[in-house]
Design a protein around this ligand. Structure first.
Ligand SMILES: Cc1cc2nc3c(=O)[nH]c(=O)nc-3n(C[C@H](O)[C@H](O)[C@H](O)COP(=O)(O)O)c2cc1C
Length: 193
């Protein structure tokens, strides 16, 4: 039976549009706040109703009804953050390091526990500009392997130094990307850019 709330309105002249507000969840891992800030900006672009949740808050129940999951994490040691790199950071924070927030699990751990699904997804990371590794493609691969459908190419957002802050303009770019994702998913078309 078709659930009323999920009926799509369409005719032959228009792309299908959701009859109700799209449910989007932005899930992040963030030790120093940069990825969380990008996540909040993406949610602002997605618009009303988009929720921003840490990996601890984004329980299976919280994301069960999502049309779109946007997942992001930081690049450490040339790859997506992992429990091992976080443990290294916990044991030996660099000299002058601001205290890291290790209260929520690594995004990799969250992805491992994520049930299979068919919602749309988009992946992002935060990183230093240059050939210092990426995390977003790893996130995208994990979500695609669980059946989720990619709404846009993975995106990297750039910080100025090891602990941030984000480069000027990155939060605005994140918000624009969120707006674009919202359009892609509302039209139900998917996309690659
Ligand atoms: C210990 C450490 C290692 C890092 N390694 C990399 C790296 O290999 N490549 C990179 O692009 N950025 C690296 N960075 C920069 C982080 O990816 C960047 O600061 C990120 O935005 C942190 O995200 P968060 O504030 O959400 O925790 C590193 C930062 C730290 C503190």
């Amino acid at each position: 039976m078709i659930e009323l709330s999920t009926i799509l309105l369409s005719n032959k002249h228009r792309a299908p549009v959701y009859a109700r507000a799209m449910r989007a969840v932005v899930v992040y891992e963030s030790l120093w706040g940069n990825t969380a800030a990008v996540g909040a900006a993406i949610a602002a672009g997605l618009g009303e109703g988009a929720r921003v949740l840490s990996t601890a808050q984004a329980t299976a129940a919280e994301i069960a009804d999502a049309d779109l999951i946007v997942a992001g994490g930081p690049v450490f040691a040339f790859r997506l953050s992992a429990e091992s790199t976080r443990e290294g950071i916990r044991q030996q924070p660099g000299p002058g390091a601001p205290p890291p927030d290790l209260s929520h699990p690594a995004l990799r751990t969250w992805l491992d526990a994520l049930p299979a699904g068919t919602a749309w997804f988009a992946a992002f990371d935060t990183q230093i500009r240059g050939p210092f590794g990426q995390g977003a493609p790893t996130i995208a691969k994990a979500l695609a392997a669980k059946g989720y459908r990619q709404a846009a190419e993975p995106q990297g957002f750039v910080v100025e130094g090891k602990y941030g802050p984000l480069l000027p303009g990155e939060l605005e770019r994140a918000q624009r990307w969120g707006r674009q994702l919202g359009r892609v998913v509302a039209q139900g078309t998917g996309g690659n850019g």
